[in-house]
Ligand binder design. Sequence first.
Ligand SMILES: Cc1cc2nc3c(=O)[nH]c(=O)nc-3n(C[C@H](O)[C@H](O)[C@H](O)COP(=O)(O)OP(=O)(O)OC[C@H]3O[C@@H](n4cnc5c(N)ncnc54)[C@H](O)[C@@H]3O)c2cc1C
Length: 293
Amino acid sequence: MNVERGVSLARFTTLGTGGPARFFARPETLQELEQALAFAESEGVGVAVVGLGSNMLAADEGVDRLVLKLGGDLAGVAIEEERVLAGGGATNAVILHRVRAAGLGGFEFACASPGTIGGGVWMNAGAYGGEVAQVLDRALVVTASGSDWLTPEHLGLTYRHSNLEHGRVVARVELRLRRRPLDEIKETITAMQQRRKAAQPTNKRTFGSVFKNPEHELTAGRMLEACGLKGHRVGGAQISPVHANFIENADGARSADAIALMNEARRRAWEQFGVELRHEVELLELPELPPLP
Ligand SMILES: Cc1cc2nc3c(=O)[nH]c(=O)nc-3n(C[C@H](O)[C@H](O)[C@H](O)COP(=O)(O)OP(=O)(O)OC[C@H]3O[C@@H](n4cnc5c(N)ncnc54)[C@H](O)[C@@H]3O)c2cc1C
């Protein structure tokens, strides 16, 4: 299996930021994935997977790991009656296209997030009342020391959270959907997409929600809007003028710019509402955000 060096992660993240990966490989089969994990172990480096990079901020200085991008068989989709068998690298868009054509409902919520199903399992992605945990039967998680089929309970799927760690790769998933008339599926997707378009910056480079919604009457977006942060800019990144829980790449942003905005947003939400916002986006080789006083 071919291992590349110094591949820029900015090419693989939706915000378009991130430095080079020390090693980069694109396994297409379980065997190649196992070889890649063995390679990382022999080099003594950690592993991270990049899906669609739609929920990831990677260090500008680069990532001292083997970064994997699943392809081929590990990004394929097959449908057997009401079961969907997909590779961890399959995008939500492709899965949705296939299940819609097969008249299967239950995955419509995924039209809102542009990631892969592996990334969706990692953070139990969801929207509009749906989430991965509701449709996932089991996921094949591969590590350097073996593999296991895990249920949502074993994966610890809760609100935008799983107990996965880097080095545990979601190689395959099995989803269970249900028959639904095609016109109903289309109607649901259209309605969700219209809601998205009305409320979020859909034509800018972002990484989706920056912070998880806190236990508070205001969502993170409303809270940051009330802090006057819409349009606030650091370097090439700005808090979206459309939705304050989004950060846009306005012009040549770096991950460090986005982090500076996140720190400012957390400070202001703490001062104004006494709420400690927790980030939803995955920070790859970036220091944890400093604690609030
Ligand atoms: C415009 C926009 C709207 C969005 N809306 C939503 C939304 O409504 N709801 C929502 O939940 N999210 C939303 N997101 C965020 C994002 O799309 C989801 O979190 C998505 O599930 C991330 O998948 P990904 O493949 O892009 O993961 P990445 O960003 O590539 O990775 C995220 C994490 O998952 C890990 N990972 C990825 N693939 C695997 C794998 N195969 N095995 C193990 N670990 C893996 C990565 O290492 C990383 O830690 C949005 C993003 C954008 C840009």
